[in-house]
Design a protein around this ligand. Structure first.
Ligand code: SF4
Length: 472
């Protein structure tokens, strides 16, 4: 049991409900009530999903959050803070403006924190292994931490586990994975990016383990998720999985989808590190029996070329999870927001990974990521070859005498193919990629994309001047 805990780490409530509100209250009731988690006078930090200015279920379910806040207040919580570091390049203020979440929370007696504002939310160093991760002081100093996690499909981990949610407790620069090649190890073959990502997620999780974890999947985005895309589909599972130990809660959540520990690389690593309960037989399920729940959902694609986009051919070489994830989002973004544009763009190729197959023609070619750029430097598609054998005398002779064969070999001229959009990065940044594509095609060919770009700029550019103190 955790310190101050009245709930055993091995208890996980699985609740099926007809309303999202009942889900939270019933689940917590089954585990002994909110006072088993929150004590009178506690300062509580509720970590939610607040990644981009999209509506629910990309971000938190407001109704369920309201019920959780009310429960905490009823338990006597002195102060309730809500927050999360949004995706790279986005800030909380932009999301709050669009969603109206700040005043909503104020009316409930909770406070939305703008974690990027380091004047109001200073960071403190936390040393883990051989690195320093900065985390807001307010999170570390809160008496209780609740991870309130919206579950949907995820391109790398099948579903958005609560362990992934805990990653955005720290600023984006501490979430980012730098490419580090180990001697004698093949970075792409071993998918070192994903291994390093998992290691970093678990490092962050272990800074401050939560006191209560809620995997809310009453509503669940299947197909293309966890953001809302053209191929996304919202389904209602009516389910919530609640407990104290994030590893146990995630393990049971995956089990509902028929995914076991051995198929989850992040839970396997959590087991290696002894970060939580990873033996399903050691977990006591409270509430609905998981054997009676047989969830069938459409997961995200495993291959990028399974994303079907009009007039677009996708060709991937050897690729790691870094480019896979960013390309997955970029391609789904293109598929969702360029439907009209793709009528004007008759043909385009998208190449990514190391040594992607050659495109069949020299039309618009997007080369995505350092591996793709570096490994295709000498490829045929980089040049346009034109024949300069316009010798009119030879042509005339050829027409008069059918058996005439010219002695002259045609001159071939080679020019650089300018129909190429190189998107650098390891992996590239999603927003910068969208801007590059729009800039290449121009407004006249991309009326849809231009509109969405302008929309993105209203919140993305605000973050180009982060409020960072010197030395942070
Ligand atoms: S460029 Fe992309 S595929 Fe290559 S190592 Fe970096 S993230 Fe992985």
């Amino acid at each position: 049991m955790n310190e101050n805990s009245k709930v055993n780490n091995t208890e996980v409530a699985v609740i099926k409900s007809t309303s999202p509100s009942n889900l939270i209250t019933t689940g917590i009731e089954k585990l002994g009530g909110i006072s088993a988690f929150i004590e009178k006078g506690d300062q509580v930090f509720i970590k939610i999903n607040l990644s981009v200015p999209n509506g629910f279920p990309v971000n938190v379910n407001f109704d369920s959050l309201r019920d959780l806040i009310i429960l905490c207040k009823n338990a006597g919580a002195k102060q309730i803070f809500i927050g999360s570091f949004p995706d790279n390049g986005v800030n909380t203020q932009s999301i709050a403006n669009i969603l109206g979440i700040q005043s909503y929370l104020e009316n409930l007696g909770a406070e939305l924190l703008f974690l990027e504002d380091q004047n109001n939310c200073p960071l403190i160093d936390h040393e883990i292994k051989d690195k320093i991760i900065k985390i807001p002081r307010v999170i570390l100093e809160s008496d209780k931490l609740i991870i309130f996690n919206q579950v949907s499909v995820d391109p790398l981990f099948k579903i958005t586990l609560s362990l992934l949610n805990s990653c955005s407790l720290v600023p984006n620069r501490y979430q980012r994975i730098e490419k580090v090649i180990r001697s004698g190890k093949d970075y792409l073959l071993l998918d070192q990016f994903k291994q390093d990502l998992i290691s970093n997620i678990l490092d962050i999780y272990s800074i401050k383990k939560p006191d209560l974890v809620i995997n809310d999947m009453f509503y669940f985005l299947e197909g293309a998720g966890p953001f809302v895309y053209r191929d996304s589909n919202l389904i209602t599972t009516g389910l919530g999985i609640i407990g104290r130990d994030a590893v146990a809660v995630d393990l049971i959540t995956l089990k509902l989808f028929g995914i076991d520990l051995l198929s989850s690389d992040i839970l396997l690593e959590a087991r290696n590190r002894k970060l939580g309960v990873t033996e399903a037989s050691n977990i006591t399920i409270i509430g609905d029996s998981i054997e009676n729940i047989n969830l069938k959902v459409r997961f995200s694609v495993y291959r990028l070329d399974d994303i079907k986009i009009k007039n677009t051919t996708i060709k991937a070489g050897r690729i790691c999870s870094g480019c896979f994830k960013e390309a997955y989002h970029l391609l789904n973004y293109v598929n969702t927001h360029m439907t009209k544009d793709l009528k004007y763009i008759k043909k385009q190729y998208f190449l990514t990974g190391e040594n992607p197959p050659e495109p069949e023609s020299l039309d618009h070619i997007i080369v995505f990521g350092e591996c793709a750029i570096n490994s295709t430097k000498n490829r045929a598609f980089r040049h346009v070859r034109t024949s300069s054998n316009r010798n009119y005398m030879e042509d005339v002779k050829g027409k008069i005498r059918k058996d005439y064969k010219s002695q002259k070999t045609p001159k071939i001229k080679e020019k650089i193919n300018k129909n190429i959009i190189e998107i650098p990065g390891c992996p590239p940044n999603l927003y910068e990629s969208i801007f590059s594509i729009q800039k290449y095609y121009g407004k006249s060919k991309t009326p849809n994309l231009s509109f969405y770009n302008n929309l993105i700029k209203t919140y993305y550019e605000q973050n180009s001047k982060p409020k960072v103190k010197p030395g942070d």
